[in-house]
Design a protein around this ligand. Structure first.
Ligand SMILES: Cc1ncc(C[n+]2csc(CCOP(=O)(O)OP(=O)(O)O)c2C)c(N)n1
Ligand SMILES: [Mg+2]
Length: 816
């Protein structure tokens, strides 16, 4: 019997094992060579920046073996070897990404939008529809923020759990096969200091999801050694409390050396099995890793590592250790023959040479693919510029620029544009055909790159939020006026009956049906998987939503109070808001964030940080319904869409009465469309959310003084008034006031900018445009705190009156 080299479930024969080992060695070598050459490319200026996975090749080969079709990765910039080993990254693509090639066929990670080594596979077809994700390897699109990949990892893993246990989604076979998919996370040792790491680890332990998280430990985070990062300088040591035992659920934790090939293969095989079969999370602490070329192209580690440390790192380099291991490996079969991977070192030298040559060729090909279209455009432009120079009175200046252009060796599309645009300036006084050709050339070239860099912030599919048509609520003649919270509740019940893939979760969301009873009875009706309580951990609540939505579910993640969204803002901004853009439309997470905010009773329960939200969350639809019927309509719209949205209900609106519609689940509030709720001819007042009630009251009182306000509910802060209806109102009233309860310079400034400059309302104004906002401090506690911190009906009345007084002091005598 042949003694097996290592225990593998596949029972590899020696020949098979040998083939695998040598092929792995080659992948490690190609990957290393990419790192070495890539760094050089960045230092030479062919790439803006370069970060690579050198020194961490071997564990990634092991991880790739345990990673199965349908599985997911959520990792970081060191994982190039893994991506190569699963066949989702070639050396040529690595270089194309490094150069920032904007052709997504060459640079599939992001089509030039992301720094290199921010990996992503394509979940979507050209039209934005889902691919069959169970038939491919999946890598969620990386972000640069350390530990930012963790919240999403939780959701990616939890999706398997839901697909395994929730009967309603059994037929969603394009997304899961019985929940057998594992979500594999990777993170650097230093990044485990981030709160997001701990929050995710705890949540995954509580929920028990199929997640395997690898910690690549090279004892450094850029220049800072472990003693500044980690208690006891040992992350698996401090994670020990998470280890499961006979009485308690928890994690399976492994520690393994990153240069021990057989041990790594065994650990990863086991980890994959545990997570896949038992849905138990696993941590693998991979030690003894290093960085042969330092952190990134921005610096050199010789500056902060001692010679002793550098020598030590060299001695543990996994690629050299693997080489030694291959050379020294021998076993005997049962006939006494000695079996080896190679008979002599020269066999390895051949592989090493091949790896070098292949990588060099890949680099050259990627560079040519990147360079050729730019050079070709440059050559065309040069012909045109010479023609222009021939015709122009300013040929002396133009020829000088042409010479500079010819000598400029920067290979960037902008180089072409810089010279073309500078030369155009010399032609302002002239008129000839090649000038027009040059103008057209500039416009067309700009358009190409606008498409390459400027698309896919939001969905461009037929399910884009702005394409979902309005359906009005239907009322019976004798429709009752009911507590508004029941409108939210009854609508959610309908949504959950119509969408078996919908889920809602958050703090107090499950058992009690949310703090305002908007989900009353939902858990009983739809079960604990779909209507669920979570821990107090806003960032990972959002992460759950992102990961699940990326895997085809329709999560609604609750942030209990809008003020606490700040805990999740990093994940929302860096991950969710940028996902569709940074993957060039190849990944999406159509989740809804449900929250409630605005006026109530104190510094943290009255907030309306809308300016921050609109600035930071471009890429997410920001919806601010003025009542619960409008809110319910937004949920119905967004469930049909493949865009993400934040829907903010009014905290003080749940107990107000609203007429009960009959078409729950069907009526839809349109996104990006304003509603004029009062018509008038003197002042256009633009507002949203709970402030609108006060604006309406003030407007009614102003009528008694013969001042007619046109009151507009923006409804949707992002996108805002896509058909430019506000300017039509200003055209009529010639006066504009934006009122909200955000701080001065917050959302009101954003709205004002849109109306004045995007919609060009400035040209119709007879009075100074005004914003009326809260005080710059947080809203103080209680009724008086609100009255003196936010704007009241009286404040609004007086502000509008003052505008009219300035316009016609005789008719509107001073008030105060
Ligand atoms: C939130 C955040 N802070 C700082 C940085 C800058 N930064 C990038 S990588 C890095 C060190 C990460 O070290 P580690 O997690 O050990 O990963 P390694 O690079 O060593 O593999 C830092 C500080 C960042 N990208 N994100
Ligand atoms: Mg590190």
């Amino acid at each position: 019997m042949i003694k097996k080299a290592i225990e593998t479930p596949n029972n590899l024969s020696f020949e098979q094992f040998k083939k695998t080992v040598l092929s792995d060695y080659k992948t490690a070598l190609v990957s290393r060579e990419c790192s070495l050459l890539g760094r050089r490319e960045a230092l030479m200026g062919r790439a803006k920046f370069g970060i690579f996975g050198a020194g961490k090749e071997m564990p990634q080969l092991a991880m790739a073996k345990a990673f199965k079709i349908g599985d997911w990765r959520s990792g970081y910039y060191r994982d190039q070897t893994f991506m190569m080993a699963i066949g989702e990254l070639t050396a040529q693509q690595l270089f194309a990404n490094l150069y920032g090639d904007t052709d997504i066929k060459n640079a599939p990670e992001s089509g030039g939008r992301q720094m290199n080594n921010h990996f992503a596979t394509h979940s979507l077809n050209e039209d934005g529809s889902w691919k069959n994700l169970t038939e491919q390897y999946n890598s969620s699109s990386d972000i640069s923020c350390t530990a930012g990949q963790m919240p999403r990892l939780l959701g990616l893993a939890q999706a398997s759990k839901i697909y395994r246990h929730e009967k309603g989604v059994k037929d969603f076979t394009n997304f899961s096969k019985n929940g057998d998919e594992v979500a594999w996370g990777t993170i650097g040792n230093a990044s485990t200091s981030e709160g997001l790491f701990w929050e995710t680890i705890n949540a995954a332990g509580v929920i028990q999801v199929p997640m395997v998280i690898s910690i690549w430990d090279d004892e450094y985070g850029i220049s800072v050694p472990a003693k500044y990062h980690t208690t006891k300088e040992n992350i698996s040591e401090v994670l020990k409390g998470f280890q499961r035992d006979e009485n308690n659920k928890g994690y399976e934790i492994f520690t393994v050396k990153g240069n021990d090939y057989p041990a790594l293969i065994n650990v990863y095989e086991k980890a994959g099995e545990i997570a896949r079969k038992q849905h138990v999370p696993v941590i693998i602490h991979v030690t003894d890793l290093m960085q042969p070329i330092g952190h990134s192209s921005s610096g050199s580690h010789e500056r902060y590592k001692s010679q002793e440390r550098l020598d030590y790192e060299k001695s543990i380099d996994c690629n050299t250790v693997m080489r030694e291991w291959i050379l020294n490996y021998k076993i005997e079969d049962n006939e006494g023959n000695t079996l080896r991977f190679v008979d002599s070192e020269s066999e390895l030298e051949i592989i090493e040479k091949e790896a070098k040559n292949e990588t060099r060729l890949a680099k050259r090909n990627a560079w040519n693919d990147f360079k050729n279209p730019i050079s070709k455009a440059g050559s065309e432009l040069l012909v045109l510029l010479n023609e222009v120079a021939k015709n122009s009175k300013n040929s002396v200046f133009i020829n000088k620029l042409i010479e500079e252009f010819k000598a400029d060796d920067e290979v960037q599309a902008r180089t072409n544009l810089v010279y073309a645009r500078k030369i155009l300036r010399y032609l302002t006084e002239e008129d000839f055909t090649s000038k027009i050709t040059l103008q057209n050339w500039i416009n067309n070239y700009k358009k190409i790159f606008k498409t390459r860099y400027g698309t896919h912030l939001y969905s461009e599919s037929k399910k884009a939020a702005i394409k979902i048509k309005e359906v009005k609520p239907v009322y019976k003649e004798d429709s009752l006026k009911v507590d508004a919270r029941t409108i939210i509740r009854d609508n959610f019940k309908e949504v959950f009956s119509n969408y078996p893939d919908s889920l809602i979760f958050g703090e107090d969301t499950g058992y009690i049906g949310d703090v305002n009873q908007g989900l009353e009875g939902m858990q009983e009706q739809f079960g604990e998987i779909r209507v669920r309580d979570t821990g107090i951990r806003e960032a990972t609540i959002i992460g759950q939503g992102i990961g699940m939505a990326m895997r085809g579910l329709r999560p609604i993640a609750e942030i209990q109070y809008l003020d606490y969204i700040l805990y999740a803002l990093q994940t929302l901004s860096d991950d969710l808001a940028s996902l569709h853009y940074r993957s060039a439309g190849k990944q999406k997470a159509p989740m809804i964030i449900r929250s409630r905010g605005h006026r109530l009773e104190g510094i943290w329960h009255s907030g309306s940080p809308m300016g921050g939200i609109t600035s930071l969350l471009k890429g997410i639809n920001i919806l601010v319904p003025r009542n619960m019927t409008k809110a319910a309509g937004f949920y119905n719209t967004m469930m049909e869409s493949d865009d993400p949205a934040l829907i903010i209900e009014n905290l003080n609106g749940y107990r107000l009465k609203e007429k009960q519609p009959t078409n729950f689940g069907k009526f839809k509030t349109p996104v990006g469309v304003i509603e004029t709720i009062l018509e008038g001819s003197d002042v256009t007042i633009v507002s949203y959310g709970s402030t609108l009630k006060l604006v309406e009251d003030a407007a009614i009182q102003l009528r008694q003084f013969d001042i007619n306000c046109e009151v507009i509910d923006i409804q949707s802060l992002m996108p805002l008034d896509i058909s430019h209806d506000i300017v039509k109102s200003v055209q009529k009233t010639n006066r504009l006031m934006v009122i909200d309860e955000d701080v001065p310079g917050g959302a009101s400034a954003y709205i004002m900018n849109e109306v004045l400059t995007t919609q060009n309302a400035y040209q119709y104004l007879d009075s100074k445009p005004l914003t009326l906002c809260s005080e710059p401090h947080r809203p103080a506690y209680g009724t008086d705190g609100d009255y003196f911190s936010n704007r009241s009906t009286e404040d609004i009345f007086e502000a509008v009156y003052q505008v009219m007084h300035e316009y016609n002091p005789k008719r509107f005598k001073p008030l105060l």
